[in-house]
Design a protein around this ligand. Structure first.
Ligand code: ZN
Length: 354
């Protein structure tokens, strides 16, 4: 049942309409951010096509076909050979391919071509998911085009990607694109609560997830909490205490070896804190901010903060991200950023570190 999936009610309506009218395209492209359920929706389409006791045009969710289609048998080992095969569900007509390393391979597309030409073994339709379709290279894209040009009537291909712009126009033009939206914090929160998470933690995870259920489930809250604590110190030093020594200590900590992998995450966190304080300073209610549980601290900052500076800070952080792409010295860049934010160096006259 599509209703069991979270969010994207518009997509549900479109897919149901296609199923009811028996006009499901032979090739579809599911696009939208990571971790919002594109693959689950694709499997739900496969279920709807193969369910033994459908309810209207929808899958029942409980018959043996429905149950088996949900179970993908990912290889357990790192063995690249296994990952280059079609990964079947427990149903013989539904499978998926993923990029074994950086690209989807020609042989994977040839397997799909071969399998798509078989009539369904058990159900009514064969369904193949091509995950991370942005990892098609020219060769594998061309191999896939052969199937897309003339898909057999009983087979459906569903390409999935968060980066549709990476696909060749020839592929795009042969697929019906279905766009997924990010989930709302409320949709994520209520799902987490339904799965026995306490409301406070669920809300925090939902707010920190940026619309992705995948991120809401995988975020490490202990790390997140300590990152927030450290970044709140930076904001405090900038707005409340005007404490240069604290800023330099924070810059130093950002560059400590143990936090090396968290460097960019910490700036993400700092950015959400700045945005929150900014919103509070503009009179937005604390229930609408990301770090709602820190609203007391953030309100204090918001009262002393010049909203115009918040806008500058966010631009300055974005600027730092750009500089990081070209691999500048992180330590120098961080020191310089925090001092610019503190107003010690005029933004335009910042010492060039490139
Ligand atoms: Zn069923």
């Amino acid at each position: 049942m599509f209703d069991e999936l979270i969010g994207n009610s518009r997509v549900k309506a479109v897919l149901k309409r296609m199923l009811v009218s028996d006009r499901l395209p032979g090739a579809m492209l599911f696009t939208g951010e990571e971790g919002i359920g594109k693959k689950l929706f694709a499997l739900e389409v496969a279920r709807a096509l193969n369910c033994r006791t459908p309810k209207g045009e929808e899958a029942c969710g409980v018959c043996s076909s429905c149950v088996r289609i949900r179970k993908l048998n990912y290889p357990t080992r790192d063995d690249a050979d296994e990952w280059t095969q079609i990964i079947w569900t427990n149903h013989p007509d539904v499978g998926l391919v993923v990029a074994p390393k950086r690209v989807l391979r020609v042989e994977q597309m040839r397997q799909i071509e071969k399998e798509a030409n078989f009539r369904p073994f058990e159900g009514k339709a064969r369904v193949f998911l091509i995950d991370e379709a942005d990892k098609l290279n020219d060769a594998s894209a061309n191999a896939l085009l052969k199937v897309l040009e003339e898909p057999p009537r009983t087979s459906h291909l569903i390409l999935i990607t968060a980066r549709p712009a990476m696909l060749l126009p020839t592929i795009l033009s042969r697929c019906q694109m279905i766009r997924f939206s990010p989930l709302t914090p409320d949709e994520i929160e209520s799902h987490l609560v339904k799965n026995d998470l306490d409301v406070k933690t669920a809300r925090l995870r939902a707010r920190a997830a940026g619309g992705s259920m995948g991120r809401a489930l995988s975020n490490d809250l202990i790390t997140f909490t300590s990152q927030r604590k450290a970044m709140l110190k930076v904001l405090n030093a900038l707005v409340l205490s005007n404490d240069r020594a604290q800023l330099l200590r924070s810059a130093e900590q950002l560059n400590e070896a143990q936090y090396k992998d968290e460097f960019e995450e910490r700036f993400d966190v700092l950015e959400t804190l700045i945005r929150d304080a900014w919103m509070l300073s503009l009179g937005v209610h604390s229930s609408r901010i990301v770090n709602e549980d820190l609203s007391a601290e953030l309100n204090e900052i918001a009262q002393k903060m010049d909203p115009a500076r918040a806008g500058d800070w966010i631009l300055q952080i974005e600027d730092l991200r750009e500089q990081l792409i070209v691999n500048v010295n992180r330590k120098v860049t961080t020191d310089s950023l925090l001092l610019v934010m503190a107003g010690d160096v005029a933004a335009g006259k910042r010492p060039k570190v490139r």
